[in-house]
Design a protein around this ligand. Structure first.
Ligand SMILES: *Cc1c(COP(=O)(O)O)cnc(C)c1O
Length: 236
């Protein structure tokens, strides 16, 4: 099978599964956005997914993100790009103003730098706060207990639009554990809603990847981030 055909078949299969899964738990299929995670895949793979119907793409690495976008712009291809990878303050200049949402905000310095560069670009940037639901020290993200404190420190940053939360759960196939972590994110999202100013549109829960998106949708994901199941294995 050609690369084009396999990506297009994969997209059809995954978008169908996501819709079926939403319907099975009484949700509107439109309430779940699929982010096609295209890190380490070339632009032509992304355009195959676009032709099949994918509209939102997620990238992890700041320089790769910048280079891919400039290549895309040369061919007048401008899908919606999200940045989902871990972030260092000095690389944020590569992703603003192109990222319409940044999923991985978890330090004050990153939030301040996104705010500063967004102001300079004359726009507000949608951000998600990454939460460490797994408790693993190696994972980035804020401890669930620290969310209110973090929030208070960034709420004054006017060029951020706080949209919701994101998590990467423990790498496990233990369904109970995954349910626990996803539902924790969902509960936290609802709790925080109580102290968010209304104009922020606090309505995004980004969770679920190729192997666990159906569980995440059951637990309330609004955005699932799917790479391997659409583009195939990544070559590192
Ligand atoms: C790579 C990545 C994904 C996609 O993972 P797959 O298992 O390939 O679907 C999702 N979210 C984040 C943060 C990633 O880094």
């Amino acid at each position: 099978m050609s690369e084009h055909t396999s990506i297009s078949e994969n997209w059809k299969k995954i978008s169908h599964e996501v819709a079926e899964c939403a319907i099975a738990c009484g949700r509107n299929p439109d309430s779940v956005t699929i982010i096609a995670v295209s890190k380490m895949h070339p632009l032509h793979a992304i355009t195959h997914a676009w032709e099949a119907g994918a509209r939102v793409f997620g990238e992890n690495y700041a320089q790769e993100f910048r280079d891919k976008i400039s290549e895309a712009q040369q061919s007048h291809f401008s899908p919606e790009w999200h940045f989902i990878g871990s972030l260092q303050s000095n690389k944020i200049k590569y992703i603003i103003p192109h990222a319409s949402m940044i999923h991985s905000c978890s330090t004050i310095s990153v939030a301040e730098e996104i705010n500063r560069l967004s102001e300079k670009a004359g726009k507000r940037t949608d951000i998600l706060i990454q939460i460490n639901t797994s408790g693993e020290m190696s994972k980035s993200g804020i401890h669930p207990d620290a969310i209110q404190d973090y929030f208070e420190k960034i709420i004054e940053l006017k060029y951020l639009r706080l949209r919701g939360l994101m998590t990467i759960p423990t790498a496990t196939d233990d369904i109970k554990q995954l349910i626990k972590e996803f539902s924790q994110l969902r509960t936290l999202h609802e709790q925080v809603n109580g102290y968010i100013p209304e104009q922020q549109e606090w309505n995004v829960c980004s969770m679920g990847m190729s192997d666990d998106f159906s569980i995440a949708i059951q637990e309330g994901a609004t955005h699932v981030r799917i790479g391997t199941a659409i583009f195939g294995a990544r070559l590192y």
